[in-house]
Design a binder for this molecule. Structure first.
Ligand code: IVH
Length: 602
């Protein structure tokens, strides 16, 4: 897809001296000092794209490509935070900027990929392109983030009237597109002299480690558009701007050993022990190795030289080993044959290896118990880690079911106080009345957390029905990745004895049905809402809509998939409508939907 105006790149400088030289060359071109000052902004480490808005509506996303022609990435519309599908004014404009994965989005992306059996992204930069490109072939979206750094008016509708780059950026932000002005301390600043620019470069460099995304430099531009025009362009880059590159956040070091840790749900995770190396201001000694498959796929060996990567507040990661530097002392990494914590058998059927005993076995028991009594599960807040440890030591508790048959004496011995024992007994009694979603969640079944436990409990209604469900039935639960269903089914079966203990102790095994939902108009419907709500639904945000859907007996979901049965399309609804139509999902207007749930619109 051809670019409207070529997307150039920037030339680089690497030191204060080179920056001064660039400043001097710019002054020569302008025949005098830079009167409009220098705009200074972070150089975002992602992928350049152009977002085209027609009459205020986002219609196309185009990758940079070779600067003249780029690939059509429009399928990703609706998945990019910071690029609204509708601008504040109906203008026709192309916004240019960088798409990236924030540290949190990078983690989510890899979770999603693991759950869908795709290879994990090795770093946020590589992950950005993969997230945007895969949208045509994947059934799930990976959210990314956009920050604008430029714009081109596509008609003469009066948009982009500012005389400076900073004014244009303010205008873009006012239209609703994200700029770095929204990131504390990292926004664009205008400085009068190169000395001030250098000081700001140092400030931004100091911010680097605490930013929620990676930056690989600082960009300096002549702010006045008239001066940009006078300075002009070289073939590949403008004379009016420069990238001050920062040292890479990737360093080489040696892999000394691999440790194997067992997490709450029994996942066995490898961790690299590294020869300490300073990466972007902090010393890195450990890095995640994701899973055994990562080790084997990358042919990683002890004593290998490895690239360590860090961006923003991401946990340090190892990229593939530098094979050219492999020495004769390279030793194969031994993969565990038994659970490193309890010595029991391990389940190696998935990419993530798990202790076959999981949370209900001896392994990970304390962590599993702490999780079970946590605020969002059984909410027995008096049972802190120390008490649980004492109860496990004393042999009184071997799984979450045992908590409900603890006697006052056993509790008093662990808590060393009768008064505390009484408080605990009251809390344990109250825990018996928790809804099924929380009771189920307390079992710590692999690959389920609060949200999925709630979905499973709502879908099946009773613990008996959950236990009777096979993998196929579980795969029909909204939000449950089908690929995870067999493993979840297996772990539910393994938790059978604990569930029986809980039931025998009188713990609630039923999900309360929301009032009116038993015969609600949305029974069995999986509803997605997109666009702004008007008419009878005006002013309802996504949370309000979710509550409304659930009150009416339906299940609310954030993205359109095969499981979706209704899409409510509000004002400026975008790509979700197309997707819903492709999948044959019923699309309702706000009015039609409001009519269906009229009795719940109090
Ligand atoms: S301005 C004509 N500003 O760095 C200059 N670029 O080599 C257009 N980048 O391809 C680019 N942050 O992908 C500009 N604040 C920023 C930037 C930025 C990151 C990227 C962009 C561009 C490359 C320049």
């Amino acid at each position: 897809m051809a670019h409207t105006v070529p997307m150039l790149s920037l030339d680089n400088v690497f030191s204060a001296e080179e920056l001064v030289k660039w400043g001097a060359s710019l002054e020569r071109r302008l025949d005098g000092p830079v009167a409009g000052g220098f705009a200074v902004e972070p150089k975002l480490d992602g992928m350049a794209i152009a977002a085209r808005y027609r009459d205020g509506r986002l219609v196309q996303l185009v990758g940079r490509g070779d600067g003249r022609v780029g690939e059509d990435l429009s399928a990703a519309i609706g998945t990019v935070v910071g690029l609204p599908e509708r601008l504040a004014r109906p203008v026709t404009v192309e916004v240019r900027g960088e798409v990236l994965l924030t540290a949190a989005q990078f983690e989510t992306a890899n979770e999603l990929r693991l759950a869908n059996k795709a290879k994990v992204f090795s770093n946020p930069r590589n992950g950005t392109a993969g997230s945007l490109r895969g949208m045509k072939s994947r059934s799930y979206a990976i959210p990314t983030t956009f920050f604008a750094y430029g714009a081109v008016a596509l008609d003469d509708s009066g948009v982009l009237t500012g005389a400076s780059h900073s004014a244009v950026m303010d205008e873009i932000a006012a239209l609703g597109v994200q700029t770095t002005a929204s990131v504390d301390g990292a926004g664009l600043r205008v400085h009068a002299t190169i000395e001030e620019v250098q000081a700001r470069v140092e400030e931004v460099t100091a911010l680097r480690g605490s930013l929620p995304f990676g930056i690989d430099g600082v960009v300096i531009k002549a702010d006045a558009l008239a001066e940009q025009k006078t300075a002009g362009l070289a073939t590949r880059h403008p004379h009016w701007g420069i990238a001050y590159k920062l040292p890479p956040v990737e360093r080489q070091t040696k892999l000394l050993a691999v440790e194997w840790n067992v997490g709450r749900t029994g996942v066995i995770a490898p961790r690299a022990v590294l020869e300490p190396v300073e990466v972007d201001g902090s010393v890195v000694t450990y890095a995640t190795l994701h899973n055994p498959a990562f080790i084997t796929k990358n042919d990683l060996m002890i004593n290998d030289t490895v690239n360590v990567y860090k961006a923003g507040d991401v946990i340090p990661r190892i990229e593939a080993p530098v094979l050219a530097l492999r020495g004769p002392d390279a030793v194969a990494i031994e993969l565990p044959t038994a659970c490193p914590k309890c010595g029991g058998p391990i389940d190696t059927s998935g990419e993530r290896w798990e202790c076959a005993g999981g949370a209900s076995g001896g392994c990970g028991l304390l962590a599993a118990l702490s999780y079970a009594v946590g605020r969002d599960q059984l909410d027995i807040d008096g049972l802190g880690h120390t008490f649980l440890e004492a109860l496990v030591e004393a042999g009184d508790v071997a799984d979450v079911g045992d908590i409900f048959t603890l006697t006052r004496e056993q509790l008093a011995a662990a808590a060393r106080s009768e008064k505390r024992a009484d408080t605990l007994l009251t809390q344990i009694e109250a825990a018996k009345e928790k809804p099924l979603s929380r009771v189920f969640c307390s079992l710590g079944i692999v690959r389920t957390g609060r949200t999925l436990s709630r979905e499973i409990a709502r879908y099946f209604g009773t613990m008996d029905a959950i236990r009777a469900a096979d993998a196929d039935a579980l795969a029909r639960v909204p939000k449950l990745p089908a690929a995870n269903a067999p493993k979840i089914a297996e772990h539910i079966a393994a938790a059978g004895p604990v569930i029986e203990k809980l039931a025998a102790a009188g713990v609630n095994m039923v999900e309360p049905v929301a009032e009116g939902a038993a015969d609600g108009p949305l029974n069995g419907e999986v509803v997605v809402v997109t666009g702004g709500m008007n008419g009878p639904l005006a002013g309802r945000n996504r949370n309000d809509m979710r509550a409304l859907i659930e009150d009416a007996g339906g299940t609310s979901s954030g993205s359109v998939s095969k499981k979706t049965t209704i899409l409510v399309a509000g004002e400026n609804a975008g790509s979700k409508v197309t997707k819903a139509e492709e999948l044959g999902v019923t699309v309702l207007s706000e009015d039609e939907f409001a009519a269906r749930v009229a009795e719940f619109l109090g």
